[in-house]
Structure formats: C-alpha cells, structure tokens
Design a protein around this ligand. Structure first.
Ligand SMILES: Cc1cc2nc3c(=O)[nH]c(=O)nc-3n(C[C@H](O)[C@H](O)[C@H](O)COP(=O)(O)OP(=O)(O)OC[C@H]3O[C@@H](n4cnc5c(N)ncnc54)[C@H](O)[C@@H]3O)c2cc1C
Length: 454
C-alpha cells in the first residue's frame, strides 16, 4: 500500500490531540526508530503515518479515520516485539504507549491501567499500596503487548500467567467503537485478547487488573559456572528443580561471563516469601551445587524487594536482535546439555532456560486463547551491534532452536519468531484455539483493518 499524500484529514486527526508523523516528513524516521526496540528492524517497513494517542477517544478517532481512508491500523504498546510486529508497510502505526495512567482501588485489590504503562512503573506505583502484579522480567516491557501475548512474569509460579490476572479490557474495535470486554460482555474478544499475541484484531487501551498483596520480600541466589561444567551440573540441576516448590523460579542462562568473557552458565534462583527465611527455604535445594562443577567468581545471594527483581534481568537496549522461544517438558538438565556447547557469536546474546519448582507449568487462565505452555521455557536471544553480524547471529538462533527441536512441545507467541511461516503460530496454540481465534477475527474484523500475525 503506497503512503497517501499528506491531506487535511490527517490534520484533523492531529487537531483531536493525536501526534501525527507522516512518512516522508521531518521527524518521521526518528519517531519510527523510537517506536521499535529491535534496531535490526527499526527502519525495515514504512507505515503511512505514526499516530500517537494518549486517550481511548483519540485511538477510536484514529481507527475511524483509517476505516474511512482505506488504511490498516497496527497497534503498538512498547515496541518490544522481537520481529517489530507493530511496524507494517502502509497504514497507521497506532502508538498507544502514551496511555500510561494508573488508578488503584487498594481496598478491592484492583487497578485500571493504561495499556502503554511499563511493568516497572506499575510495580512501583502498586508497591505504594502494598500491592503487586506479575510484570515482565525486564524493566521496560509495557503491559500492552505483554498481556495480549499472555505474559510470563515475576512470581508466575504463584500468580500464573499475567493475563490470568486480567478482569476486563477496554478496546477499540475495527468498527471504531470503544467496548469493555470481559467474561460477560464481548466474551469472545476477551477470550482472544488473552493470548492472541502480535496481530490482535482490536486496540486495547486499558486493562483492569486483579492485584496481589505485595510479597514482603524476595530472595535471590546466583552463581556462574564454566559452560564446560554442564555435564557435572545437569543431573543435580534437574533434581534441585524437582525438589523446589512451584513458586521458585529457576533461570539457567548461557552467555559470555561479564568479567572473564568465558562461555558460562549462570544460575539464578529466586522466590518470594513472607519473610527472608521463608523465601530462602524455597531456594534451599540449589545452595549446594556439585563441587566438580567449576564456579566462576563467588555465589551472590540475599533478600531484595519484589519491585527490584527486574534488576536480575538486564537486557541491553539499542541492539540489533534476533530471538525465538520454545516450551519443553524435558528435564532442565537435558536442555542444558543440548545447548551448552553452542556459544553465541556476540557477547550480549543469551540462551535463557527458565523452569519452576517441580517443573510445574505456569498456570494459564481457564478460558483464554493462551492454551500452550510447558514446564520449562527456553528463550534464545541474539543481541549485537553491526549489520555485518546479522547473518552469523541469526544463524546461531536457528542452530540453537534446531538443537532443541527434539525437546520442543510448543512455543510462546510473545517471543517466538512468527515470521518463519504459519506453522509457527500453529505451535503456539492448540488447533481448537487457533481455529476459534480465526473465527473471532472474521467476526470482529471482517475487512482486515488490523494486520494479522506477522
Ligand atoms: C527486553 C524484553 C524482555 C521481555 N520480557 C518478557 C517477559 O518477561 N515475559 C513475557 O511474557 N514476555 C517478555 N517479552 C516479550 C514481550 O512480552 C513482547 O515483546 C510484547 O509484545 C511486548 O509488548 P509491547 O507492548 O512492547 O509490544 P509491541 O511490540 O508494541 O506490540 C507487539 C504486537 O502486540 C500487539 N499489541 C501491542 N499492544 C497492543 C494493544 N494495546 N492493543 C492491541 N494490540 C496490541 C500488536 O499486534 C503488536 O504488533 C520481553 C521482550 C523484551 C524485548
């Protein structure tokens, strides 16, 4: 679709308070670059316009404008999708990142939040009310696309997938109407919005969240080992995960050690608790790793506030990125052995193997599109700086994913590389859920206003 020439109507949209950047005008390239987290793809496609809104009415106005001008609408929350799915050629990139208000009703343990709010900002605000929500692992993940994909965040072993903690969603439909979708009202839209992931067929403007009491403390234990010690660690690690309670999160990360550059395995085990002793008890099975494994540096452990857990998950921004994800029911030690001899071509890249105590799958909502998960998730993340590294880094992601293929039971739609073909989304849902999603899409967006899965 060729970008339309600037016209009065876009001016009218701007007149309603939206910020509009038309393709080819000054500031457009910068706005597009800001919108997309993965710098490999930040200039990959060209929408006709980037329209940034800060209320639901402006979003509805933009949708109606698109309908009457034959344009598509691609919602963006925080722009973190690894394949830059909000960025489509032609049409409107509808930036909802400015919708970041928070209304907390502490006595009822609920909140209404703008879709664009970042998890870390929400967590800080909720902590003032001694409340919490299972936000994503990194500081800058917006609730917007995280919840639509399902959301696997902090304390998921206890609180389940983040979308299981959503009571209602305010959305702008393809008809340009603002609706409240919940179990009774537009139940099919509500079902689809909790798990469809990229390419959802409405624009969510606000989430109504169920909150939890703020855990009094969290406790984290970390140690790094030489990757060559994987055979000594594997059996112990599997047994320790099996012995831990479901609330314990176990991250086994393969990457270049931050001090020595050596290919390393970093174990990070964390849990929330009523007090330090309670939280530490949940990670106790991990505190005596086999002596035969070569440790790099010292063990680090101690209590920390729930709101600071994301500091354990640094992921540098401003990089070129390629990523993929899979679920597995295999023992964590077997997954480690399958990939420990595959160092990445770039030092910031990681393979993240994340399990919960008892190899317990994260609880999905009972009645939602999020229908596939597993006892262990593996994220493969290549991060590098120069275009010259594109081929080697993307090939590494494929190589790691191939090595894990025998263990794969599914994929997470929020992180899997859906650009590799339609069979990929088939791995993210049960066949019934995929069919139901397509049927709901045909009903709510018959003319394809919202571009589908990438
Ligand atoms: C550093 C980093 C850390 C991450 N950590 C986690 C994690 O711990 N757990 C986890 O589950 N995932 C995690 N993710 C994946 C993350 O959940 C997805 O990338 C998600 O899409 C981010 O939301 P976003 O609003 O930035 O999405 P965007 O990139 O803005 O949008 C992606 C797609 O989602 C849809 N979408 C987004 N917002 C809306 C909306 N308001 N209405 C309708 N459709 C919308 C659109 O189809 C859009 O194309 C992480 C990603 C990164 C880059």
């Amino acid at each position: 679709m060729a970008p339309p020439a600037p016209d009065d109507s876009f001016d009218k949209l701007a007149g309603k308070g939206a910020a509009v950047h038309l393709a080819g005008t000054s500031g457009f390239d910068q706005a597009r670059d800001r919108a997309i987290w993965n710098k490999r793809l930040a200039q990959a496609r060209t929408p006709a316009a980037i329209v940034s809104v800060d209320c639901a009415e402006q979003a509805a106005e933009a949708v109606r404008f698109a309908v009457s001008n034959g344009l598509t609408v691609s919602p963006r929350g925080g722009g973190h999708n690894y394949e830059a799915s909000p960025l489509r050629d032609g049409g409107i990139l509808l930036d909802l990142g400015g919708l970041n208000g928070v209304e907390v009703h502490a006595e009822k343990r609920i909140a209404k939040v703008g879709a664009g709010i970042l998890g870390s900002a929400l967590s800080e605000e909720l902590a003032r009310h001694r409340l919490a929500f299972p936000i994503g692992h990194c500081v800058d993940v917006a609730l917007s696309g995280y919840l639509i994909a399902g959301g696997f965040g902090w304390n998921a072993g206890e609180w389940g997938a983040a979308c299981a903690n959503v009571e209602a969603i305010e959305m702008v439909t393809a008809a340009g109407e603002i609706v409240l979708a919940n179990a009774d009202n537009h139940p099919e839209l509500f079902w689809a919005a909790r798990g469809n992931g990229p390419g959802f067929f409405a624009a969510a403007t606000a989430y109504h969240l169920k909150l939890h009491p703020l855990p009094p403390t969290a406790y984290a234990w970390r140690a790094a080992f030489a990757a060559t010690s994987a055979p000594e660690l594997a059996e112990w690690l599997t047994a320790a995960v099996a012995a831990a309670p479901a609330q314990t999160e176990v991250g086994c990360f393969l990457f270049a050690h931050w001090d020595t550059g050596e290919h390393a395995i970093v174990l990070r085990v964390s849990a929330c608790g009523d007090n330090e002793a309670d939280a530490r008890e949940k990670i106790a099975p991990f505190t005596a790793p086999p002596r035969a494994a070569r440790m790099i540096g010292e063990v680090k452990e101690g209590p920390m506030p729930f709101t600071e857990l994301f500091k354990l998950s640094p992921m540098p921004a401003g990089k070129r990125v390629a990523a993929d994800h899979m679920w597995s029911d295999a023992a964590i030690g077997d997954l480690l052995l399958a990939v420990h001899e595959l160092p990445a071509p770039s030092p910031d890249s990681t393979i993240d193997i994340v399990a919960f105590g008892g190899h317990t799958p994260v609880a999905a909502p009972e009645n939602a599109a999020l229908t596939v998960s597993g006892g262990t998730g593996v994220g493969i993340y290549a991060l590098w700086d120069d275009a010259a590294g594109d081929e080697a880094n993307r090939a590494w992601v494929r190589r790691v994913d191939d090595a894990l293929a025998p263990f794969r039971t599914g994929r997470y739609v929020g992180e899997a590389d859906l650009t590799l073909g339609p069979q990929r989304r088939g791995e993210c849902f049960t066949p019934e859920a995929l069919e139901r999603l397509e049927a709901i899409r045909r009903r709510y967006d018959p003319d394809g206003l919202f571009p589908p899965w990438p």
